[in-house]
Design a protein. Structure first.
Length: 159
């Protein structure tokens, strides 16, 4: 929506109308976000819960000390997870790594199942041919001739 147009989001108890003052490209959610004053939100939506708070520091502020201050303020009263930008990126990276680890484990299981299937097929093939092997050995075929015969029998499958 362009700036200046009225936006009428649904609130719990009465009609809320406000002009759009600015547009910020924020890629946190594909649903979009509306930024407004907290007291205004509490008054119109009768909701004091918070899902996400983004704190922008002034230049020169130490992120770790601000994190400690927020931790101290919320200890005992709120259940808050406070991350610096670097900690949040590490946490998200570890979640992505765990996801790919599960994918790699599935790949390993699939390869093991394939190897077991191939081995099973070869074993069944050999067991089915035991009688032929016994007859061939009974007519005193040499080991070399027997090996050639096996390769010749299997040659169409090796193409």
């Amino acid at each position: 929506m362009p700036c200046g147009r009225d936006r009428k989001p649904q609130c719990s108890n009465r009609r809320f109308e406000s002009a759009i003052l600015g547009i910020v490209e924020d890629y946190r959610s594909d649903k979009g976000s509306i930024f407004m004053d907290r007291t205004l939100y509490k008054r119109f939506w009768k909701d004091d819960a918070v899902d996400f708070v983004d704190v922008n520091l002034k230049p020169g502020e130490n992120a770790t000390s601000v994190k400690r201050k927020i931790d101290r303020l919320t200890t005992g009263t709120e259940h808050a997870l406070v991350y610096t930008n670097a900690e949040f990126r590490v946490w998200i990276g570890s979640l992505v790594d765990q996801f790919f680890l599960l994918n790699y484990m599935q790949l390993v299981v699939a390869v093991i199942v394939a190897i077991v299937g191939i081995a099973n097929t070869l074993i069944v093939s050999v067991l089915d041919r035991r009688r032929e092997f016994a007859i061939t050995r009974a007519v005193e075929a040499t080991v070399l001739r027997f090996a050639r015969w096996c390769c010749w029998k299997r040659s169409p499958f090796q193409l």
